[in-house]
Design a protein around this ligand. Structure first.
Ligand SMILES: Cc1cc2nc3c(=O)[nH]c(=O)nc-3n(C[C@H](O)[C@H](O)[C@H](O)COP(=O)(O)O)c2cc1C
Length: 176
C-alpha cells in the first residue's frame, strides 16, 4: 500500500509553495501518493492521510491565521497520524535563529498552540524587495536593518537551504 501524504501550505509570495513542491518532488511515486493543498481550499478528511506536512510563512511576525485555526480545530485527528510542521521566514537566515529551538516565531507559535508535531523545522525564505508594495518594502527594510541584513538588492536573494529541506523530508518519511 502506498503511503498517503498531504502537504498543506500557506504562502503569500510563493516561497513556501516552492518548498512544498520541492518536498513533493523528493517523494517516490512508487511508494507514496502525495498531494499539495492550499489552506484556502483544504477540506479533506485527515483520516485519509498517513502523513501530513504543514508549511507556513511568516508575515509581520505571524503565521497565517487559517493555519493556526486548522491545527487548533484538528488537534485530536492530527495526533493520530504522522505530522510535520515547518515555518518559513527571513530571520531564519541567521545561524543563531535557524533551528526550531532558536527561531523566535516557531518557538512562540508552538508554545501558543500547544501542539507538538512529530517533526518540526524552520527554513529561511526569500527576500525580493522589487516584488513588495511600497509599505511592505519599507517595513521589510526596517526588519532587515534591525537584523543586520541587506536593505538593498538588485536580485532576489533566496536564503532557503535545500539540504535542510531534504533532511526534513527524509525525517517525515522515516516511518515508511
Ligand atoms: C509583508 C511581509 C512581511 C514579512 N514579515 C516578516 C517577519 O516579520 N519576520 C521574518 O522573519 N520574515 C518576514 N517576512 C519574510 C517572509 O517570511 C519571507 O519572504 C518568506 O520567504 C515568505 O514566504 P511566502 O512567499 O511563502 O509567503 C515578511 C515578508 C513580507 C513580504
Amino acid at each position: 500500500m502506498k503511503q498517503k501524504i498531504g502537504i498543506l501550505y500557506s504562502t503569500v509570495d510563493g516561497q513556501t509553495l516552492k518548498i512544498c513542491n520541492y518536498i513533493h518532488g523528493l517523494m517516490d511515486p512508487k511508494k507514496t501518493s502525495a498531494n499539495l493543498y492550499s489552506i484556502d481550499n483544504f477540506n479533506s478528511n485527515l483520516a485519509d492521510f498517513d502523513v501530513l506536512i504543514i508549511g507556513a510563512s511568516i508575515r509581520y511576525g505571524k503565521h497565517n491565521e487559517k493555519i493556526r485555526e486548522f491545527i487548533l480545530n484538528n488537534r485530536e485527528d492530527l495526533g493520530k497520524i504522522r505530522t510535520g510542521f515547518f515555518s518559513v521566514n527571513l530571520v531564519a537566515r541567521k545561524d543563531n535563529k535557524n533551528l526550531p529551538s532558536t527561531n523566535p516565531y516557531l518557538i512562540k507559535f508552538i508554545e501558543q498552540i500547544k501542539w507538538e508535531p512529530d517533526v518540526l523545522d524552520v527554513f529561511a525564505g526569500k527576500l525580493d524587495y522589487k516584488s513588495y508594495p511600497f509599505f511592505d518594502r519599507i517595513m521589510i527594510k526596517l526588519i532587515m536593518k534591525m537584523t543586520k541584513g541587506p536593505t538593498k538588492t538588485d536580485q532576489p536573494i533566496e536564503y532557503t537551504d535545500w539540504e535542510r529541506v531534504k533532511n526534513f523530508t527524509s525525517k517525515m518519511l522515516e516511518d515508511e
